[in-house]
Design a binder for this molecule. Structure first.
Ligand SMILES: [Zn+2]
Length: 319
């Protein structure tokens, strides 16, 4: 074949490849190594810290490999991180990713969702997701992250709408593995849901449980959240993957930090509200030493306390 024709063929082949290849996102430099927690369940662990540290890789994502496809739980904080996760999953299994279950609609868990949508996965979200999608906060947050997490979050990053909203808990099976999606309701966010892998007795909890760091309360309904944690039957669990921090082999201990923090902050702020004390002064006077050495304390605690203070004032008016 003459060289000229060879070049034309090569150029055409390259053009065809570019047209059919999935979108390429800016590559990351962070470490992401899947950790296996049970026969079918794996996760990747973000670094505990504030939202824009570690190229935005600060939250966890889980995945469950079944003989009939992979279910992913949470999409990480940028399309680039999600692309990296998909690459890691492909190293372990040939199975396609068929479902993405989103624990809740917060930036650090959903900005990677478009990668899974491109792969054709069904995207499930809890009731309450649209309250976030349609809020001014979600638009402002995305604009801010396009700067603070550039180039991993950029103008092509968008908030993916779920294919299906879950209003109630439901169970399904895939490849002989039984799953239970538990719709917790508005706890940490406007809507939270957990994924329980029954065969492995492993719970993927999203942000209703944090490990090793101060939780971000945001728009949380701390009263309901605390009640949920207190009700959780942890004894039968073999493993627990929280939204942030390491997976626990002793789930009860992991739950305890989030539960203690919520109980403490509510108790302290309740006293402040009862005495009609000003927030600033009360915040200064509170002894935060039990939690002040934890990651994200500096970034989150004052805002958390203020949020709880305001919601307790509202609760007091409701009673
Ligand atoms: Zn989170």
């Amino acid at each position: 074949m003459n060289t000229y024709i060879k070049i034309i063929i090569t150029v055409l082949a390259l053009m065809a490849e570019a047209a059919f290849a999935a979108t390429e996102y800016a590559s990351t430099t962070v470490e992401m190594t899947p950790i296996q927690v049970s026969k079918h369940v794996w996760y990747v662990k973000g670094m505990s810290g504030a939202a824009t540290q570690n190229e935005g890789f600060i939250s966890n994502a889980g995945f469950v490999i079944t003989p009939a496809g992979v279910i992913v739980y949470d999409a990480l904080g940028s399309p680039s991180l999600a692309q990296q996760l998909v690459g890691e999953i492909k190293k372990i299994t040939q199975q396609p990713i068929v479902k993405l279950v989103l624990s809740h609609y917060h930036a650090d868990h959903i900005y990677g969702a478009q990668v899974f949508k491109e792969l054709g996965a069904e995207i499930l979200a809890p009731i309450g997701a649209y309250e976030y999608i349609e809020s001014a906060v979600s638009i402002e947050r995305l604009e801010e992250r396009r700067i603070s997490l550039f180039p991993w979050v950029d103008d092509d990053t968008y908030i993916v709408k779920p294919d299906r909203i879950l209003k109630e808990s439901e169970s399904f099976s895939l490849g002989g593995i039984t799953f239970l999606i538990n719709v917790v309701g508005a706890a940490h966010s406007d809507g939270d849901m957990t994924l329980y892998v029954e065969d492995d007795r492993v719970l993927l909890s999203g942000d209703i449980i944090f490990e090793g760091r101060v939780p971000f309360l945001g728009s949380a309904h701390t009263k309901f959240w605390l009640q949920t944690l207190e009700k959780m039957e942890m004894q039968s669990l073999q493993g627990l993957i929280p939204g942030h921090g390491a997976a626990a082999k002793e789930p009860a201990k992991t739950v305890s930090l989030t539960r203690r923090y919520l109980a403490f902050i509510r108790q302290q702020m309740a006293a402040v509200v009862d005495e009609l004390q000003a927030f600033d002064e009360a915040y200064q006077q509170t002894d935060w030493s039990e939690f002040s050495a934890l990651p994200a304390f500096k970034e989150a605690n004052r805002k958390n306390a203020y949020q709880v203070y305001l919601s307790l004032e509202a609760e007091a008016l409701e009673d």
